[in-house]
Design a protein around this ligand. Structure first.
Ligand SMILES: CC(C)(COP(=O)(O)OP(=O)(O)OC[C@H]1O[C@@H](n2cnc3c(N)ncnc32)[C@H](O)[C@@H]1OP(=O)(O)O)[C@@H](O)C(=O)NCCC(=O)NCCS
Length: 384
């Protein structure tokens, strides 16, 4: 499907600046073709039919269904659907956000761009660049609706670059701090004060988290900066967990029921919600990772009590990582207090400043420049 007729032995391809190229949505057959093509990059933890099944399944979970996910392709407008080469492809996933400016909070949506892809034979010809240049302004109004509460505005779009800090910045997605702690998997005995979190516990904790986040944003420094955050809500967590359940069921024949851990009393709780991510076979070089999606320290002070609570959560995570054969436990973008607390726990760790993979990037559509944006709670739960 979708091969241009060879002319003089070579394929006649349009210039990436040609007006005949358009950004559009693929047919379901074309979407299947993109999954088949990009499986080489993102499907290596599973056999191909399982990867395709996973991608299809992930369009049906709450965050993605009913238009939550949109698939995009760059194609020639003069060629018929299902018979045109897919020059580049990607997807966008709609997520709820909060923006705080001078203490006033507004709700909105963002679109997280993922799976940016161009098939090897079309690379280096500017097609992915053309697609991204077209997509950037489209997302500003995509699914924005003044009559749908929470969907009145899309003040920014995001992505997580796996190809360094420069490529997407060229188009206006500015890079943001992208650091993490990595803790090794290890055996550890369970502590009675640290309780596991299961599916049942997640919705109420997400609601509490959002309430606290709104307060934090409302009182964030009125320094002329705009503070933004993706809402760490249940749908976002569930998207990761459904993916995790699908993949672990294929690999291990079972899925993990423990989705996080919590300790402490109301007002001084510490909890982590996590997911197990498999990028390839169960060998270290696959980089399979136990990701803390969101770490909440309700009373964020550098105290010995908090250090002991945190230690319990981290050790729980390390033991789970070992059980599920993951390489490391990662916690993204730790705050200054969290850094000090980790230090106090004495738990072995590596602090990583990423410059190649999962670089958090944001394009600001509002007034002012991206330099005036402070991205709050920039943790793994926002990744797509
Ligand atoms: C990344 C990708 C989409 C680029 O597609 P493309 O159509 O070749 O891109 P363009 O022709 O528009 O741009 C080419 C530029 O991308 C850069 N680029 C491509 N792959 C890159 C990589 N892995 N790291 C850094 N830069 C890269 C090229 O160096 C080139 O830079 P230049 O314009 O300064 O010469 C394509 O290489 C691909 O599908 N890769 C595999 C999947 C992937 O890694 N996607 C990105 C996920 S964040």
């Amino acid at each position: 499907m979708g091969e241009y007729a060879p002319i003089n032995g070579s394929i006649d391809l349009p210039d990436s600046k040609s007006p005949s190229l358009i950004l559009t949505n693929p047919t379901s057959e074309e979407r299947l073709e993109t999954w088949n093509l990009n499986s080489v990059n993102w499907g290596t933890a599973l056999p191909l039919p399982d990867y395709i099944e996973r991608e299809r399944y992930l369009t049906t979970v709450p965050l993605a269904r009913d238009g939550g996910i949109t698939h995009w392709v760059l194609v020639d407008r003069d060629l018929p659907p299902n018979d045109r080469p897919i020059l580049a492809s990607c997807e966008s996933l709609r997520k709820p956000i909060l923006v705080s400016k001078d203490g006033v909070i507004t709700e909105g949506i963002t679109h997280g761009i993922g799976s940016v892809f161009s098939q090897p034979k079309f690379r280096g010809m500017g097609y992915a660049s053309r697609m991204l240049k077209e997509l950037a302004p489209v997302l500003k109004t995509w699914q924005v609706d003044p009559d749908t509460p929470g969907h009145e505005t899309c003040p920014f779009s995001i992505l997580y670059s796996d190809i360094g800090t420069k490529y997407y910045a060229k188009f206006g997605w500015a890079t943001f701090p992208s650091t993490h702690f990595a803790f090794p998997p290890s055996d550890s005995s369970s502590r009675p004060d640290v309780r596991p979190l299961t599916y049942h516990d997640i919705p109420a904790l997400c609601t509490l988290d959002e309430q606290n986040l709104r307060k934090e944003l409302a009182t964030a420094a009125k320094d002329g900066k705009t503070h933004v955050a993706l809402i760490p809500n249940h749908d976002c967590m569930q998207w990761h967990h459904k993916r995790e359940d699908f993949v672990t069921t294929k690999i291990f024949g079972k899925s993990p029921t423990i989705k996080g851990a919590i300790t402490g009393e109301p007002g001084s709780l510490i909890w982590a919600i996590w997911t197990r991510a498999f990028y390839g076979p169960l060998v270290p070089k696959s980089g399979n990772t136990f990701h803390i999606l969101r770490l909440v320290i309700e009373d964020e002070t550098n105290s010995e009590e908090n250090a002991q609570k945190l230690k319990g959560i981290l050790q729980f995570a390390q033991a789970e990582a070992k059980e599920w054969r993951l390489n490391e436990v990662d916690v993204w973008n730790p705050s200054e207090t969290l850094k000090k607390l980790v230090d106090r726990t004495g738990v072995e760790n590596k602090y990583v400043v990423r410059d190649a993979e999962s670089i958090a990037s944001l394009m600001w559509y509002g007034e002012g420049s991206t330099e005036d944006i402070n991205w709050f709670a920039n943790e793994k739960f926002g990744w797509c």
